[in-house]
Ligand binder design. Structure first.
Ligand code: NDP
Length: 335
C-alpha cells in the first residue's frame, strides 16, 4: 500500500519533509478486521493539530506512525461479519491507499443514494455533523436572530449558514475573496457576506448587523473572532467549533485570545467548545435531517476534490491559506 507517515512534528506551517510517502507491504485483516481500499481521503484543519503534541481531544499522531485522516472506501477483504466485501464505509483511517479497519470503528456510508459519493462523504461526514449539532444544539438559533459564521464557504461553514436560513436567522458569512462571498450569498442564500481579505470585518458588521450578533459560529479565532465578539448581544451563544487561524502558530499566546474572556463574562455569553464526536450517538438523526433538506433542495454542498494521494501533503496546506473552495477531499481511487 501507499501511506503517508509523520516524519517529524511541524513547526509553524506544514513543511516538506514533515510527512513522508512510502510504499509498504499490506498485511491481511485479522479476525474482526477488514481491509478497505480508500476512495476519498478527507483533509481537515485538525490534521495540523494531530501532527503537533499540544493539548488536544485525542492522542496526537506519534512521529513515525501513519498520518490519521477521515476516509471513505470499499471493503476488499474481510474477517469481520458486519463488514462484508463490497461494503462502502466511512470513518477514521489513515492517509493511505488501503487501511485495516476494525468492526464497530467505521460506519457503513449513510445517505448515499442519488448523491455522488464525494457529496455524500463531504456532507454526511464530519463537516455535516459538526454544522448540525454545533448550530442546533449549542447555537440554539431562533427565527429573527442574527447568526455570523466564519470560514463560511468551507466544509462546515457552508452547511451552518444554510441551516441558519432554514431556521429563520439572518445569516452573515465571513469568507476570503469575492468568489467565495458570491457563492455563499448567491448560490447558498446567505443574507450577507463579508470579505475579510478586502474589508474591515468590524465596520462591515456595524453596517450589516446594526442590532448586534446573537450567535457566533466560530471557526477561525484571532482578530475575526474579536470583531464579532465586540458586537455580540447579551446572552448570545458561541459554538466554539474551531480556531483555524491559530493552528500553525508556535507560541503560547494565540491571536490576542485573553481579551475575549472579559467580553464573554460581561455579556453573559454561552460559549461551548465541542468536538463533533461528542454527538456520535446522534449522527443518524443528523444524517436523516440533512438528507431530507438535500432532497428538498434546501441544502446544497460543495466539495473540492483533488487527485492523487501522493500530493496530500501539498493539498492539506490549502486549508490554512484558503486555497480550498468547499470540503477538501483527495480522490485516492475511482469511486
Ligand atoms: P474549511 O473547508 O472551512 O477550510 C478552512 C478554511 O478556513 C479555509 O478555506 C479558509 O477560508 C479559512 N481560513 C484558513 N486560515 C484562515 C485565517 N488565518 N483566517 C481566516 N480564515 C482562515 O474547513 P472545515 O470546514 O473542515 O473546518 C472549519 C473549522 O471547523 C476549522 O476551524 C476546524 O478545525 C473546525 N472543525 C471543528 C470540528 C469540531 O468537532 N469541533 C469538526 C470539524 C471542523 P477563506 O478562504 O474564507 O479564508
Amino acid at each position: 500500500r501507499q501511506v503517508w507517515r509523520l516524519a517529524r512534528r511541524p513547526e509553524g506551517d506544514i513543511d516538506k519533509g514533515d510527512l513522508t510517502f512510502t510504499e509498504e507491504e499490506q498485511r491481511a485483516p485479522e479476525a474482526g478486521e477488514a481491509l478497505v481500499e480508500v476512495i476519498y481521503l478527507s483533509l481537515d484543519p485538525t490534521n495540523r493539530i494531530w501532527m503537533s503534541d499540544r493539548e488536544q481531544y485525542m492522542p496526537p499522531v506519534e512521529v513515525g506512525d501513519p498520518m490519521r485522516g477521515g476516509i471513505c472506501g470499499r471493503v476488499v477483504s474481510s474477517r469481520a461479519p458486519g463488514l462484508p466485501e463490497g461494503t462502502l464505509v466511512a470513518g477514521l483511517g489513515e492517509w493511505a491507499s488501503h487501511v485495516i479497519v476494525e468492526e464497530g470503528k467505521v460506519s457503513p456510508m449513510r445517505g448515499v443514494e442519488g448523491l455522488p459519493l464525494a457529496a455524500a462523504f463531504g456532507t454526511f461526514g464530519g463537516v455535516g455533523m459538526t454544522a448540525y449539532f454545533g448550530l442546533l444544539d449549542i447555537g440554539q438559533p431562533q427565527a429573527g436572530e442574527t447568526l455570523v459564521v466564519s470560514a463560511a464557504a468551507g466544509g462546515v461553514g457552508q452547511i451552518v449558514g444554510q441551516i441558519g436560513k432554514i431556521k429563520g436567522c439572518r445569516v452573515i458569512g465571513i469568507a476570503g475573496g469575492a468568489e467565495k462571498c458570491r457563492f455563499i450569498t448567491e448560490d447558498l442564500g446567505f443574507d450577507h457576506a463579508i470579505d475579510y481579505k478586502n474589508e474591515d470585518v468590524g465596520a462591515a458588521l456595524d453596517r450589516l448587523a446594526p442590532d448586534g450578533v446573537d450567535i457566533d459560529f466560530e471557526n477561525v479565532g484571532g482578530p475575526i473572532m474579536q470583531a464579532v465578539l465586540e458586537r455580540m448581544n447579551n446572552f448570545g451563544r458561541i459554538p466554539l467549533c474551531g480556531l483555524i487561524s491559530q493552528y500553525n502558530e508556535r507560541g503560547e499566546t494565540q491571536g490576542g485570545a485573553p481579551a475575549y474572556w472579559e467580553t464573554m463574562l460581561m455579556r453573559r455569553l454561552t460559549v461551548r467548545g465541542f468536538i463533533v464526536t461528542d454527538f456520535a450517538p446522534r449522527f443518524s438523526e443528523a444524517a436523516a435531517q440533512l438528507g431530507q433538506w438535500l432532497a428538498e433542495g434546501r441544502l446544497t454542498t460543495r466539495q473540492d476534490v483533488r487527485q492523487g494521494l501522493d500530493r496530500a501533503d501539498d493539498y492539506v496546506k490549502l486549508l490554512y491559506s484558503g486555497g480550498n473552495f468547499g470540503k477538501l477531499l483527495v480522490e485516492v481511487s475511482p469511486p
